[in-house]
Design a protein around this ligand. Structure first.
Ligand code: 3H9
Length: 694
């Protein structure tokens, strides 16, 4: 049988109205075939005298996600989107956009150049180009402010804000919300349109955007999007559009969009767009593998992690059975969960009714047998391998064969825990971060024998909890903690050598992290970090053990932000204040160890902190503990504050050049020690080869 390719734009007549349906799955991107199809539709509209007008609509779940991102890496073939849009705005017969799902980027630019817009009530509108490091390049900057005013246009263009149908109607972005049949009502709009007075968006007046407004907008955006160029450029272009004739402004807008496409920031953000989508797929597992339904979750262990995970599940609409050791422990858990919800109500985040509805889905019990109906059980007791094995075996005996059993651990050997169950195919790990109901990151941990659909289910489950998940392989500390520990190590070594907490934090916040590692340590609690160090002591080198700065701070009663003093002191404002007492403590530490303080340059601070994590990331890739460099980038940008416009540590390393990273690592190996900075094999290969982690 011959398979016929479907046209990317399909034409049909509804009475005397031509309807052009964009049909380019999965998201109706405005690829070359769509642009050509729209030109053909306009040709037909103009040529056929019996046609009164055109409705542009779409098949599938959304109107259009905008320009085809896959075309960005090569020269884009004509017809260009801007030209298609210009043709439809200047058509001599009415063109109406009928929008369902989302109209994003070029999809919205197309719609706003039409002579009228009608939308389904669940439609969403946005210009997310800025999130790709670019800006609208097909009239969005020139036309949108003319419809919605400057404030809304700034929010949508410079910040990528999306709005729903009712806000779009109020703002003047659309003319109507459909009450029933979207296409039928759109064709009625065509018939009602007056031929001679077709409203052209670009002929409307551009709203006032004076110098004072521009300055204030620039400042606000600089604070919110530190280091990002596109939001600033958006203000320049809006200012340009306010004072430039339309044709010229459209040309300048298109040229600016094209120029932004070739910037490092746009490459980095586009890399993350793809990496985030790739990360949702489990390497080595067929894309078509379906996730199993999870309708009921069991959690064993009612401590901090168990409670947090329970709240995350309840928030996602799931019924939860939370099993604690005793009546007292489950009562404490209930109270803690009520407290979490109580403060959500106080802050206006949840209504009383929403909380009641959630709590009604929570069962707390000391009886393990209550897990008998769970589709997924998460064991989350303390990190003691023997105790964990015992609990896993006990759960194994109770739950049905289909149930997926998960251990929540941050560093234990997952393969050895897997041996405690009779269902190795249905066993895997999840590493939630504390507090689990707040932190958006999850490392799903695969075992050798875990079934492919079980792994896929865990990815879907994490997504349902609103988390960004990455599948990692067994390795001590998995990816996040293992990499973070290298940055922590370097921060401690740098303090020993003469750097100050404020220098280290300043260098890394200047780089783009929202908080420096030492202010972050104060937030986590230095007593907590000292306990983590104590647990890892055996695995540490002598120098690492000796860098007992955290222990000294704790001994001096400095536990971090919680008691107002750690690496910094905290007054009423939560701003960290440098404290001479810490400088004295560091000086004493150096003197005791016979280390002479030296001037450490900012470059050295930055490179040692960053290159230590990049080197560890490369080792994790070598060990197959993580499948793709992009997975690491997703973890760091989504959960650890690495600036997204630099693309994540691995992309950043490729951008500045693996040969540069390699030579710096070799230099620091000489200064700090081979065991800390010997370049990973992948970096060595990349430096000698194509400059990429391959
Ligand atoms: C633009 O318009 C520039 C113009 O101003 C100027 C031009 C001159 N193109 O996210 P999902 C793929 S720039 C190509 O998993 P969801 C995506 O990669 C564009 N492909 O689904 C994935 O493929 P795969 C401005 C695209 O339901 C699949 O579709 N527009 C595009 O969670 C499913 O995506 C944007 O920035 C695209 N534009 O979310 C919109 N978009 O399965 C960005 C998606 O192979 N897109 N794909 O990995 C989104 O926000 C979400 O994808 C969307 C769907 C909300 C549409």
């Amino acid at each position: 049988m011959t398979a016929f390719a479907r046209a990317a734009v399909q034409l049909r007549g509804v009475g005397d109205v031509l309807v052009a349906d964009i049909d380019n799955p999965p998201v109706n991107a405005l690829s070359h075939a769509v642009r050509a199809g729209l030109i053909a539709a306009l040709d037909r509209l103009e040529a056929d005298e019996t046609l009164s007008g055109l409705v542009i609509a779409a098949r599938g779940r959304l109107f259009s996600a905008g320009a085809d991102i896959n075309e960005f890496n090569a020269d884009i073939e004509p017809p260009f989107l801007g030209d298609v849009i210009e043709r439809l705005e200047t058509a001599t017969k009415p063109v109406i956009a009928a929008i369902h799902g989302s109209a994003l980027g070029g999809g919205l630019e197309l719609a706003i150049a039409c002579h009228g817009r009608i939308a389904a009530d669940d439609a969403v509108f946005g210009l997310p180009e800025v999130k790709l490091g670019i800006l609208p390049g097909a009239g969005g900057i020139v036309r949108l402010p003319r419809l919605v005013g400057i404030e809304q246009a700034v929010a949508m263009i410079a910040e990528g804000r999306r709005i729903d149908a009712s806000e779009a109607l109020t703002a003047g972005l659309i003319d109507r919300i459909a009450t029933g049949d979207l296409i039928g009502e759109a064709t009625e709009m065509v018939s009602a349109a007056v031929r001679s007075a077709l409203p052209r968006t670009s002929e409307r007046p551009f709203p006032l955007f004076d110098a004072a407004q521009q300055d204030a907008t620039r400042k606000a955006l600089a604070g919110r999007y530190r280091g990002q160029d596109a939001p600033q450029k958006a203000v320049d272009l809006l200012a340009m559009a306010a004072r430039t004739p339309v044709a010229e402004a459209l040309r300048l807008e298109q040229a600016a969009c094209k120029a932004l496409l070739s910037t490092d920031q746009s490459r980095a953000l586009r890399h993350l767009f793809t990496a985030e989508r790739d990360a949702t797929r489990v390497a080595g597992v067929d894309r078509e593998t379906a996730a199993r339904p999870i309708d009921r979750v069991g959690i064993v262990g009612a401590g901090t992690m168990g409670r947090g995970i329970a709240v995350a599940c309840l928030d996602a609409g799931l019924p939860v059975v939370l099993v604690g050791r005793s009546e007292a422990s489950i009562e404490a858990a209930r109270q803690a969960i009520s407290k979490i919800y109580g403060s959500a109500v106080k802050r206006g985040r949840l209504s009383e009714t929403a909380v009641e509805e959630r709590l009604a889905r929570l069962e707390t019990t000391p009886v393990l047998d209550r897990l008998c109906e769970a589709d997924l059980v998460i064991e989350t007791i303390a990190e003691d391998p023997d105790a964990k094995r015992a609990v896993i075996s006990a759960i194994d005996l109770i739950v049905p064969e289909r149930t997926i059993l998960v251990t929540n651990t941050s560093f234990l050997d997952i393969e050895s825990l897997a041996q405690a169950t009779e269902r190795p195919g249905h066993f895997a790990g999840m590493h939630f971060f504390n507090p689990a109901n707040v932190m958006k990151l999850v490392e799903n941990v695969r075992t050798k024998r875990a079934a492919p659909d079980v792994l896929v289910t865990l990815m879907a489950f994490a997504k349902r909890l609103g988390k960004t998940a990455v599948m990692v392989g067994p390795s001590e500390g998995f990816v996040v903690n293992r990499m973070l520990s290298k940055r922590t190590r370097e921060a401690l070594f740098l303090l020993q050598e003469g750097a100050t907490p404020r220098q280290i934090d300043r260098v890394l916040t200047d780089f783009g992290f929202p908080v420096g590692p030492l202010a972050l340590a104060d937030m986590a609690g230095l007593d907590v970090l000292a306990a983590t160090r104590a647990a890892r002591l055996a695995a540490m080198s002598e120098r690492e053990r000796g860098a007992d700065i955290v222990e000294r701070l704790v001994a001096a009663g400095r536990l971090g932000r919680k008691n107002g003093a750690g690496y910094y002191t905290y007054g009423d404002s939560r701003t960290p204040q440098p404290d001479p007492a810490v400088d004295t403590l560091l000086a004493a530490h150096r003197a005791e160890r016979g280390i002479a303080a030296r001037t450490v340059t900012d470059d050295e601070v930055r490179e040692r902190c960053l290159f230590a994590i990049i080197n560890e990331g490369a080792k994790l890739l070598e060990e197959n503990a993580v499948a793709r460099p992009g997975d690491i980038d997703v973890l760091w940008t989504k959960g650890l504050g690495f600036p997204a416009h630099l693309g994540g540590p691995m992309h950043y390393a490729e951008t500045i050049g693996l040969s540069h990273v390699h030579s710096a690592l070799s230099r620091y190996a000489g200064i700090v020690g081979d065991e800390y900075f010997k370049p990973a094999r992948l970096i060595e290969q990349g430096a000698a080869g194509d400059g990429r982690f391959s």
